[in-house]
Each structure stands twice: as structure tokens, then as C-alpha cells.
Ligand binder design. Structure first.
Ligand SMILES: *Cc1c(COP(=O)(O)O)cnc(C)c1O
Length: 360
């Protein structure tokens, strides 16, 4: 069986060494030493100034929306994971969908201005598969209309744009450290803010708003992550360069094998590095996609239609809106297996199966 993804696990002894420390200190959660160390190590690695380790990417989004005091309408993309949209609704705001760009699969920055109304407070865009949005155009629009910008960088750990971390764009960026993401702490998330005051506010929010044992600075929630999760994050961090390298090689192998297939990849931002978080392929039509998916499944190879269908069309708590580009592309995109211990021979088998399915 070949799953679409498989979490990376460090050698057990490495994790156990962290556990020994936890047992010695008996400090399990509430901003313990490992959680702090993880924040420092990630800040150093990604050259970031202001960062928080929280329980999930979803809570990171919710805290970001709350901390920026967003109201009314938030412009967002229908081609993302459900949490991008549901966080907006959860925080009492209204998602206003803007269609995607057919080549990057990110929100089409050229269509944002037409969706702005007097009630718009922010833009929440996803760097889909880690591929950076048109951050310059979005910044320009945000400035002109006095809007906040949040980036859902759940897929984007390690990506650099013009030499700096992708999380260093927008007012706030978030990342998910969920087990299915390329770098993980089992469950976990990161919040990155441009400005120290906003980060301080979010730091209070992460811990019920506590500003001292008997004092509250903000309305808060429980977004603190545990020492056990931080330990996994720290253990995995030492393997990250190897993970990125392995994913790069597997991706190159895929495209080498699929070169004659008429399959396309999303067009990557020219000034950005790739983290090879996903292996999305764009088919010429849905029929061929379904045929390939089926043939792979017969060999117990599992793929995933990330993201299908359009979030603008299927949520029971939102009025359905048509997004023609998203609908057309969502039907044609399939994510192929990609994870650290996927074997080159397995990549070859997947490619052979797909090429056969396409030609029959
Ligand atoms: C995974 C993911 C999230 C949610 O992250 P969790 O850590 O699972 O809460 C949000 N947005 C996108 C685009 C994701 O892929």
C-alpha cells in the first residue's frame, strides 16, 4: 500500500531523550522550556523576529483574525483546506471568495479589488502547496484600501521569497505543524507577526488572556501547545534538511518519468524556493484524472484530490457561489504520494501506472 502521505518520525531514541528531560522537570505544558526552545530554533532557522508556537494551524488563524480585530467581510480563496474558510466564519466574519489564477492556483490578485466593499476588513490568502501568492500586488491593494493581510502558510514551511521567509509577508502569517505537513510537531501551529505589539497581543490570547496570575490583558483562548509536541518539533527539526532534499529528489524523479505525459504542475513563483510539500499534477481533463486515480487504487496507491470541490460551492453554512476557474481546476488537480520514505521504485511504479492508464 502506498498512502498519499506518511508522517516523518525521528529515531525513537532522539524523541526519548527529550522525554527524559520532561520526566525530570515534570513540566508538561504551559510554555515550558521545550516549547520556548522550539520557538527560538524556528526563529533562527527561518530568520524571523516574532513567532508563537500554538496548538494548531486552525487556532493560529483564529487568533490572527481576533488579534487584528477583523470585522465584516474577509476576502479569501475557495481553493484551500476547509480551515481557511471555517476560521473566518468561526470568528463571526463573512468569507468573500475571489477566484484563483489558473497557473499558480493561488487567489487571483487581479480580481481582488472588484470584491472589496465598504465592509471588507482583510484579505486571507493561502500559499497553495507552499507556492507564494502575489504578495506584492496584495500588499499594494491592502495599502490602498486599508485592509489587513493574513497568509495561510500551512503548506509553506521553509519557503523563501526574495531571500526571506515567506512567513515574513502580510500582517500575520500562520503555519500548520500537523502530522501530515512536511515539518510537524504531531499537532501544532505557528503564528508569525510583523509587529511586536500584535505578537504580544496574540501571546496573551494564546493563554486565556493572562497577563499575570490575577490579571488579564485580552480576551483569550487556550492555544498553548505541550512539551510533548514541542519535543517532536525539536526532534524533527534536525532532520528537516534531509527531508527537504529527499522530497526534492522524489519530485524530480516524478517529473523526469512524467515528462511526456501532458501533465502540468502549478507555475511556481519565480522569486521563491520550493519546499516540495506536495506533488500536485494538473490533468487535461477530469475523465483522465479519474481513470488514473482508479488504476492507482487498484494497485493500492492512494492519491488525494487536494482541493476538491471548491469551498465556495459546498459548505452548508454558506451561500454557494460560482468560481469558474476554481471549479475547472479543482476537477483536474490530483496530489500524488510524496513523503520521506517513499522509494524511487514506488515513484516509478506510480508513473508507469499513470502513463498506462492515460494511454488506454
Ligand atoms: C492543514 C491546513 C490548515 C489547518 O492546520 P491544522 O494544524 O490542521 O489546524 C489550514 N490551512 C491549510 C491550507 C491547511 O492545509
Amino acid at each position: 500500500m502506498i498512502p498519499v502521505t506518511k508522517p516523518f518520525l525521528p529515531p525513537k531514541e532522539v524523541y526519548n531523550a527529550y522525554l527524559d528531560g520532561i520526566w525530570k522537570r515534570q513540566w508538561l505544558t504551559n510554555m515550558g522550556p521545550l516549547a520556548s526552545e522550539l520557538e527560538i530554533r524556528i526563529k533562527e532557522r527561518e530568520e524571523l523576529n516574532h513567532l508563537l508556537f500554538v496548538t494548531s494551524g486552525t487556532i493560529a488563524l483564529q487568533i490572527a483574525i481576533k488579534a487584528l480585530a477583523l470585522k465584516g467581510e474577509i476576502i479569501t480563496t475557495p481553493f484551500s483546506f476547509i480551515a481557511t474558510t471555517s476560521s473566518i466564519v468561526w470568528e463571526g466574519c463573512k468569507p468573500v471568495f475571489v477566484d484563483i489564477d489558473a497557473s499558480s492556483l493561488n487567489i487571483d490578485a487581479n480580481k481582488i479589488e472588484a470584491a472589496i466593499t465598504k465592509d471588507t476588513s482583510a484579505i486571507l490568502a493561502t500559499h497553495v502547496y507552499g507556492n507564494p501568492c502575489d504578495v506584492e500586488k496584495i500588499a499594494e491593494i491592502a495599502k490602498k484600501h486599508n485592509l489587513k493581510v493574513i497568509y495561510d502558510g500551512a503548506h509553506a514551511f521553509g519557503v523563501k521569497l526574495k531571500g526571506k521567509s515567506i512567513f515574513d509577508y502580510g500582517d500575520v502569517s500562520i503555519c500548520s505543524l500537523h502530522a501530515t505537513k512536511l515539518y510537524h510537531s504531531i499537532e501544532g501551529g505557528l503564528i508569525v507577526a510583523q509587529d511586536a505589539t500584535t505578537l504580544k497581543k496574540m501571546e496573551y490570547m494564546r493563554n486565556f488572556g493572562f497577563a499575570g496570575p490575577e490579571r488579564f490583558a485580552e480576551l483569550g483562548i487556550n492555544g498553548k501547545n505541550s512539551e510533548f509536541h514541542a519535543a517532536m518539533g525539536l526532534a524533527n527539526l534536525d532532520y528537516l534538511d534531509g527531508i527537504l532534499q529527499q522530497r526534492k529528489e522524489l519530485t524530480e524523479r516524478y517529473w523526469h518519468r512524467l515528462v511526456q505525459s501532458k501533465l502540468a504542475a502549478p507555475i511556481w513563483h519565480k522569486a521563491a524556493t520550493n519546499n516540495y510539500g506536495y506533488m500536485p499534477v494538473i490533468f487535461e481533463n477530469e475523465e483522465v484524472l479519474l481513470k488514473c486515480m482508479e488504476q492507482l487504487k487498484l494497485r493500492e496507491i492512494f492519491t488525494r484530490r487536494y482541493f476538491y470541490p471548491s469551498l465556495a460551492a459546498i459548505l452548508p453554512y454558506l451561500e454557494s457561489v460560482r468560481m469558474p476557474v476554481t471549479e475547472a481546476l479543482a476537477k483536474r488537480v490530483l496530489c500524488l504520494p510524496l513523503y520521506y520514505d517513499l522509494a524511487v521504485e514506488e515513484v516509478d511504479l506510480i508513473c508507469r501506472t499513470m502513463l498506462n492508464a492515460k494511454n488506454n
